[in-house]
Design a protein around this ligand. Sequence first.
Ligand SMILES: [Ca+2]
Ligand SMILES: [Ca+2]
Length: 184
Amino acid sequence: MPESTDTKTIALVTLSSPSSKVNLLIAPLSKEVTIDIKPGSDPNSINLKSKVVIPVAVLSTNTAEGDALDFDATQVDFSTVTFGPNGAVESHGQGHVEDVDGDGDPDMVFHFKTQETGIACGDPDATLTGGTTGGDQFTGTDTVKTVGCNDSKQDTSISTKGAGAMSWIFLVGLSVLGLWRRKG
Ligand SMILES: [Ca+2]
Ligand SMILES: [Ca+2]
């Protein structure tokens, strides 16, 4: 991807004046875009034990209704898109054009394997980054609600132990009852 390589390059510019020398790091700014994790769902529950894919929509936006698009999501290059702390890549190797918010502008939906995203228990949000076919970088963040975490696993094991203890007491009770009847 020559375009994305170029836009990721950080330029070191040295400004010199008679009295001082200043180094400026100039990095291209990533545009903030609107994303919708699990379009149509709120809260955006992410089951961390699930092997299903997480749909994430990148929305086309304009500054005012009727204006030209400020960000055209259909121009997103799927091969540059990554999601979550581990930077999962698109699981189908393509994006799907769909107007997920029903505003008449086509948006883009990508899918990521839950296990590859690196989203951890208690994470409050997740970020998608990528670039357009024109080489513009963008980033977008949406909230998540993690489920299937260790807390619920412990709860399950405790209740299983509880059930085991209960049935053991029940069996002992039956035996005692049997002995008592024999004596009688
Ligand atoms: Ca959502
Ligand atoms: Ca739309």
